[in-house]
Every structure is written in C-alpha cells, then in structure tokens.
Design a protein around this ligand. Sequence first.
Ligand SMILES: [Zn+2]
Ligand SMILES: [Zn+2]
Length: 334
Amino acid sequence: MRAVVFPRPGAFEVADVPRPEPGPGQVLVRVRACMICATDKKILDGRFAGTRFPIVPGHEMAGEVVGTDRRVGVEVHVGCGTCDRCREGLYNLCLNYGRRETGHAHIGFTIDGGLAEYAAIPASALHDLPAHVSFEEGAWTDNLGVALWALERGRIAAGDRVVVIGPGAIGLCASQLARALGAACVTLVGHAGARLERARPFADEVLDEAQVEARAGTADLVVEFAGTAQAARDALRLARRGGRVVLGGATGQGVELSGVDLSTIVRGHLDVMGSVANPKGVSGRALTVLARGGVDVRPLITHRFPLDRFADAWATFLERRDGAIRVMLLPGEN
Ligand SMILES: [Zn+2]
Ligand SMILES: [Zn+2]
C-alpha cells in the first residue's frame, strides 16, 4: 500500500510498504481522510520523545473498518486500561505511555497512523460516524474532542462569556462548540491578519492581541490554544475575578511563563487548569454535536491532496499558503 513514512528525523517520503496486520484488539481501517497538523511537524523534527522511527504519521483521520460497513473516526489516545489514571478514565494521562506491550498506543505518534491507505487501529479508539457525517468531517473526531474537553475542564455553563485564544483549527472548534453549548458571547483572540479574518464567522467578535487590555477581567471562561507565553498571560488577564482559565496550547516543552503578578491568580480567585488531549470518549459526544449542526468543520478544510502529493500538502500547511487551516490528504484518490 502507499503510505507517508518518516524514515528518520527530518526526512519524509511516500513509499510502498506492507499493509499492516492488525494485532490483538486492533482492526484494519481503510483510511478515507487524514489531515496534517503542527504536531506532525514536531514528530518529523524528532522532538517527540515517544516516537521511534520509521513511523507512518497521521492522527486526524477517518475511514471504514475493512470487511464491514462501519464508518469510523479515530480518537488518538489509547490507554493501557489498567494503570491508576486509566482506571479514572483519564487514559490520555496513561502511566504506561509509549509501552506498546501494555496496550498503550498514541496513534500516529507511537504506533503507525493514518497517512496511508490502511491503518491497524485499536478498536477502543474508534467512534462510529453518525449518518450524514462525511469521512472528511469524521477526520475531526479527535480535534473536536480536544476542544470539547478543554471547555468541559473549564466547566462551561450556559450564558458564559467565553474567550478563545488562538484562531487555529482547535480554537475554531472550541469557539463553535462554546456557542453550541449556550455561551452568551464568544470572543476569538489572535494575531491580526488573514487567519484571524477567516475566523470571524465562528465567533461573536474577533480581537487582535492589542485589544486584549481593554477587556481585562471580563471573561467567565478563557480557553487558550495558542501555545505562547503571551497567550497565557492574556488568558489570565482576560478572566474575571472567580473565573476559569484553561491552558491547552503549550503541549511541548520549552515555553516559560514570566511576567505574571501572582495576585492576578490569588486575588483574582481564578481556577487555572491545564488540558491535554481528550479522555472518556469525549470525541464521541463531540461528533454528536457535529451531526446536529452545532459545529461546522467543512470551512476549516482549506486544501485537499491525494496521498502521493504529500510534499505539496506539507508545504501548503507549513507555509500557511492561502491562509491554510487544515490540509486534507485523501488516500486512494489520484
Ligand atoms: Zn493533530
Ligand atoms: Zn494506563
């Protein structure tokens, strides 16, 4: 079969490789849609400790289970199921991370993923796609779960004034989900420019960073998916006293937070939380919101390529050509 392969850090190719054989608890999925994201760049650069090369990347994916008519989206984290965190349902925090022999899998990170015609996927990672949800929409299964989990971490409530920092793919899912969950007002914050302009339909208002100060202390809930120290400072600044702040952007090491007066948190009586990935089948509930029209991911898919044109897709995404948000690879199409 054709697959994108990262043979070693810094190198990629589209190659003919053997079709994977599902192991215990796994099923063979014919991949119909798979996107690329900034995390794939971290993997390629060798900055992801759990990855062993060569690897087939790809984790934002949907397809059909071979030999059935099941159409499925894939959730990225699979826990061992027996460690203390997995037993709490927090399998995204599995204590056996990267140890395949325990059953743990991080799809496209520690086991081969979906930038291929076929992938062997643990059955526990699959979510059935609701009727009328396309494969391209289903490829958002994990992203929608990430966004919904951050909002739920922040105890979103109907009537909340919500701010989302970071107008990328996950932020635009979060802003739409916040609306669907009854937020009174959703504000998106980002760098002024084409990408922020593209975000306008997905929020009630859009602010660039220079406008943050005027809104200090006004948000019931702030969710951050930008990953910079400035975004975290803005998030703390925007929350009202007694408000909630969820930081979800800085998933890699190396971003330090300075310049925060701790009284902002203490006297501000803030709940400040980190959020990574999504546990507890949140992705499945997010798909239900999608199926009911609460979220529309189709406008966020800005480019499409057949798998063999991965190099073009990769450059389009990395260079944000034409304001690229998500670039879709379509295995099996030419
Ligand atoms: Zn991703
Ligand atoms: Zn575990």
